[in-house]
Design a protein around this ligand. Sequence first.
Ligand code: FBP
Length: 317
Amino acid sequence: MKTLSHYLLEHLKGYENQRELDLIISDIADLGKKISHEVQRSGLLDLHGAAGGQNVHDDEVQKLDERTNDLAKEILGVNEHIIGLASEEEEDVVDVSDGKKSGYLAAFDPLDGSSNIDTNMPVGTIFSILPSTGDIKNDFLQPSGAQVAAGYILYSSSTVLVFSVGSGVHEFTLDPDSGDFLLTNENITIPENAGYIAYNPYVLPNMPEDRAEAYRQLVLQTGRSMRYVGAMVADVHRTLLKGGFFAYPSVGSKGNYKGKLRLQYEAKPLGWLMEQAGGKTLLDGLAISELEPKELHQKVSVEMGDAGVMKLFEKLL
Ligand code: FBP
């Protein structure tokens, strides 16, 4: 089986930023190995439970959120091509430019699915890489299409790294024996009109009724079973491989509906991957390419899936 480093050498041939992307993806793979090690031992290393603070989203920060955020800053912060970091666990951007005028930005959710940590359910790390001409704060607000790389690492029965550099979506599985990420699925194409419907039914009474009805009808008219892990990385990974629909709509009360998932380091990278694999993504009801990012920690409604189910969904709306 082909190792990640071998694959990058071949796959990035001809890219003007070949060396930069190679070093950035390789560092993200190293980060994934380190976090996988911590996640597997989290119960032994007293990394379960709350760390005692809240993040910019008023979420209770878990010990593993904090630990993985530190690891991400440690590894990505010293990458010679990365000049700025943005994280779910950091209120503001972290300038690591060290005087460099241009380079790349890394936005990341160091540990997605925090509510799954203490029960050993799947969790993940999500990343989005953008070019920057030095205006770090504003350059994070580039639209989805500006991403030069994006992906995730899923920590579950095995650890997998799934990413795109703009030409297809590829999966690598961590071999616990060699410690290498090995190519297990190249050019993932989402199966159409297959798979599962994934949303938390809790949202139905807390969203606009007409859209809630479209969600109900999607299950009834497709006759498909539901699956919901409660970690976006895991629900999106299954959807990419099996087809289907994943959503987290805006919830709240009449006239005050808000998204939960974060644009820069959850919806934008995973939505881009979904489209790279032949699926479709709506953010705040708009095609992902039309959404103009406005804030670093902006929240959006997310609806994505295979082209067939999205066509039906939009017809139901
Ligand atoms: P974090 O765990 O990174 O805060 O992510 C949010 C998240 O856990 C998503 O991964 C998941 O899709 C969603 O929230 C689950 O929310 P809920 O428990 O309301 O269904």
